[in-house]
Design a protein around this ligand. Structure first.
Ligand code: XMP
Length: 509
């Protein structure tokens, strides 16, 4: 495997994904992991990520300098390159010609890292500091017009540095560079396959569970469906699934999940009809965080009551993904800082008293989707957009009532239906309706109306931490608007949200 040392880069996860795309298993670890620990872990290669700091600032995150002595190939990217050069005899400074964006990179040496890369290639730069001097131990592999050391290699040690970012697609030949590093320099064979992962995981679950019973919460989303599929394969009759219908699901969602579920895995399924309980909890509540808190609390109550009815259950299976593990700082060598405050309402507390099974802990979302396809799940489930735990409650602004939810559900079904019909569902990351707490004047036929406004929200994103609004064709927006106003009683106005994240968020609450 290859390890990525994370110096606080937004792109560390992307680096790990790119390495896995080369069929080489890759994990992210803390930047201050010791050389001794690395010796124990025996990675085939080490990648030092970028980061927001300046290497020469006091308190800037450093790596154990001994890691350059281990004989393990090291690739420093941006900040990582600056660290490597600083450690091994170079100088790093803030330069007036800071570079952000595309740059032409001229390759001087195409022997190993740059093998097969064109002499003049486009790369993506994003830095204020750069290496300004290196000693004779380094060879320059490439430069740009403002960056004399765009890529370097140490002459005696397998240490490489790139000032630009090979992991982003704007670096046209970034994939080749990373492939050269992991395959040619690190000598990784590239045998890691998701198919093997599925088999190994199924075997591991069988061993762990023995003859005990496992409970799995289903939400209709891809993660919990893939977990259920793996468990169904591994221990079929010992699996019980619980679906909590909180009355905040999308149109026909509960029915679709039950139908899909019973065609794909024939295990014990418990559906908790919780609509009345959730709506009672939400009556009169307008504060978004309070809504989330109450929904989370009620979810746990419903789940627990149902789980108590299932005799002899010992394990609880959850769809925790690798980004959750990294973000919570929970992995053994994970970055120390909690980067994102996790607001997942679907989470269950430890007091439920089950041992956890988290078969997707090592996977990224796109890998989970591939795994879902391999396990035979229908595309309908595999490509479903993410849906927040608190469901439509955070899209029904202000107080949540049955009538408002009904309006929102109909409008939302039109948005999603039209986007699917236009063939754009896969290329958008999330698409939904929001019911605004606003009434406005309209005219329908000969009468004046004073009705609700619906906002259509569609975004494109890779990581859900930043997002751009989707530039949907106007005729599609127009069809959505006409249909919502004609078909959803109580709505006389439709608006389109053209804010990106940041500074807006994807959801409205
Ligand atoms: P925001 O609105 O923060 O959303 O830009 C980012 C992503 O997270 C989802 N989201 C949630 N998911 N519980 C969840 O399980 C929540 O409380 C929650 N709030 C937002 C949102 O749909 C988007 O995908």
């Amino acid at each position: 495997r290859v390890l990525v040392l994370d110096f606080g880069s937004q792109l560390a996860q992307l680096i790990a994904r790119r390495v896995r795309e080369q069929h080489v298993y890759c994990e992210i670890v803390r930047h201050d992991i010791t050389a001794d620990r690395l010796r124990e872990l025996e990675p085939m290669g080490i990648i030092l990520s970028g980061g927001p700091n300046s290497v020469y600032e006091p308190g800037a995150p450093q790596c154990d300098p001994e890691l350059f002595e281990l004989g393990i190939p090291v690739l420093g990217i941006c900040y990582g390159m600056q660290l490597a050069c600083q450690a091994l005899g170079g100088e790093v400074k803030n330069v007036p010609s800071r570079e952000y964006g595309r740059a032409h990179c001229l390759v001087e040496d195409d022997s190993d890292l740059f093998a097969g890369v064109r002499r003049d290639t486009e790369v993506w730069m994003s830095h204020g500091d750069q290496v300004t001097a290196i000693d004779e131990d380094f060879t320059v592999l490439a430069h740009t017009s403002t960056c004399p050391y765009a890529a370097v290699r140490h002459k005696r040690r397998p240490v490489y540095g790139l000032q630009f970012h090979p992991e982003v697609t704007h670096t046209v030949e970034g994939k080749t560079l990373l492939a050269n590093f992991v395959r040619e320099v690190c000598k990784c064979e590239g045998t890691w396959r998701l198919g093997d992962f599925a088999e190994e995981t199924i075997n591991r679950i069988r061993e762990q569970v023995g003859s005990d019973r496992v409970i799995c919460g289903l939400s209709g989303g891809v993660d919990s469906s893939v977990v259920a599929a793996l468990l169904a394969r591994a221990i079929g009759p010992q699996l019980s699934c619980i679906l909590v219908d909180n009355g905040l699901l999308r149109k026909d969602e509960e029915r679709a999940v039950v139908e899909e579920f019973s065609t794909h895995f024939k295990t014990d399924l418990h559906v908790v009809k919780g609509e009345d309980r959730f709506l009672a909890q939400l009556a009169g509540i307008v504060d978004p965080q309070e809504k989330r808190r109450r929904i989370g609390h009620e979810f746990i109550n419903c789940f627990k009551e149902e789980a108590d009815k299932i005799e002899d259950a010992k394990y609880l299976a959850q769809g925790t993904l690798y980004p959750d593990v990294i973000e919570s700082g929970a992995s053994a060598d994970g970055p120390a800082d909690t980067i994102k405050l996790h607001h997942n309402v679907g989470g269950l507390p430890e007091e439920l008293g089950f041992d956890l099974i988290e078969p997707l802990r090592d996977l990224f979302k796109d890998e989970v989707r591939q795994l879902g396809l391999q396990l035979g799940l229908p595309e309908e489930i595999v490509w479903r957009h993410p849906f927040p735990g608190p469901g439509l409650a955070v899209r029904c602004l202000g107080e949540v009532t049955r009538d408002k939810l009904e309006m929102l559900r109909e409008a939302d079904a039109i948005v999603v239906g039209e986007i699917k019909a236009a063939g754009l569902y896969r290329s958008t990351s999330q698409a939904f309706a929001v019911l605004l707490p606003v009434q406005s004047v309209g005219v329908m036929g000969d009468s004046r109306t004073y009705d609700n406004a619906v906002c259509v929200r569609c975004v494109n994103t890779d990581d859900f931490m930043t997002a751009d609004w989707s530039h949907l064709p106007h005729d599609l927006l127009s069809r959505i608007s006409t249909r919502i106003i004609n078909e959803v009683k109580g709505v006389n106005r439709v608006v389109y949200d053209i804010s990106s994240k940041p500074p807006a968020t994807i959801e409205w609450e």
